[in-house]
Design a protein around this ligand. Structure first.
Ligand SMILES: [Zn+2]
Length: 305
């Protein structure tokens, strides 16, 4: 039985990548992965909690290089609500997690969104919306000094759209409108961060490859290409809110095949237990191995074969 991930860090060369918890979501697994019905989760009970729900980590990745500090995604924000028969959502810890790394909001140079679903943009401004609750007064960007980036297709998909799973018009879109920058513009240049377009979950979804000149090993921040380690060995399981199900499935398969058996570290921000790991070779049915922080992979997916 795994819980949501704690703050944990890996280093490649002079770059550190730290998972900063903001909160958690508890999902009814068959409800949100319809392809897993009726009994697909029997192979993955290790990832469920004692009530049979899937604990989903929610937070941000802090990438620190010698020249900048970047946050990849911004969690849920300060929310606490339940959607009956679907999920519970609780967030609000991100700035404390950042403080535990010795940083304040004004120390962040870059914010990069993998996509603009509500659980990735929660700290964009000082307020995060909860269903049925009045919105507080929006006072501007939390990371006011940072450049904010996203893929242009993602911004265009959501801009002006009010959708409960998307970026809130007042709390997220309006504060970003003036300053948003696009990773696909020619002047995008953040040494060590490469954007890998991975459309499917959303139209402008992006994963991020982190590299360092002093290391051969790289690290892939998945975004929501996968929500659970179970999708490493069951990549055909789509998530209920994948905007383009066929594309989502093919993108997930491509990622599994490209990184299977390799040395690169995979970071799944929604994964339970530990967010860092590797994808095993096809001979191991692409089994997930968690990345222990001493640098050696250790199998955790005892139910996945
Ligand atoms: Zn998400």
């Amino acid at each position: 039985m795994l819980n949501v991930a704690s703050r944990e860090q890996v280093r490649i060369g002079d770059t550190t990548i730290t998972y900063l918890p903001d909160g958690e979501v508890r999902l009814y697994p068959t409800e949100v992965f319809p392809d897993s019905a009726p009994d697909g989760w029997a192979r993955h009970t290790a990832y469920l909690d004692e009530d049979g729900r899937l604990p989903v980590s929610v937070g941000s990745f802090l990438v620190r290089t010698p020249s900048y500090a970047a946050l990849i995604d911004l969690g849920l924000g300060e929310v606490d609500f339940e959607v009956p028969d679907f999920a519970s959502f609780r967030g609000g810890r991100l700035l404390r997690s950042l403080a535990e790394e010795g940083l304040r909001a004004e120390d962040i140079d870059v914010v990069l969104f993998t996509h603009l679903h509500h659980d990735h943009v929660g700290w964009t401004s000082n307020v995060a919306p909860s269903p049925g609750m009045a919105l507080g007064e929006v006072g501007g960007l939390t990371f006011a000094r940072a450049m904010h980036y996203v893929q242009r297709a993602e911004w265009d998909h959501w801009f002006g759209v009010e959708d409960v799973v998307g970026p809130h018009l007042e709390a997220v879109q309006r504060p970003l409108t003036e300053g948003i920058r696009f990773v696909d513009d020619p002047d995008f240049d953040l040494p060590g961060l490469e954007v890998l377009p991975t459309a499917g979950h959303t139209p402008g979804h992006a994963s991020v490859i982190v590299s360092d000149p002093g290391a051969e090993q790289r690290l892939l921040i998945l975004g929501d290409v996968m929500h659970t380690q179970a999708q490493v060995s069951d990549p055909d399981w789509n998530f209920k809110f994948d905007v383009d199900p066929d594309r989502s499935r093919s993108t997930r398969r491509e990622i599994v095949q490209r990184f299977a058996g390799g040395n690169d570290i995979i970071a799944g921000g929604h994964f339970a237990g530990s967010v860092f790991g590797r994808i095993g070779s096809p001979a191991m049915t692409h089994r997930w191995s968690t990345w222990n922080l001493a640098g050696q992979p250790a199998p955790v997916d005892t139910a996945a074969v």
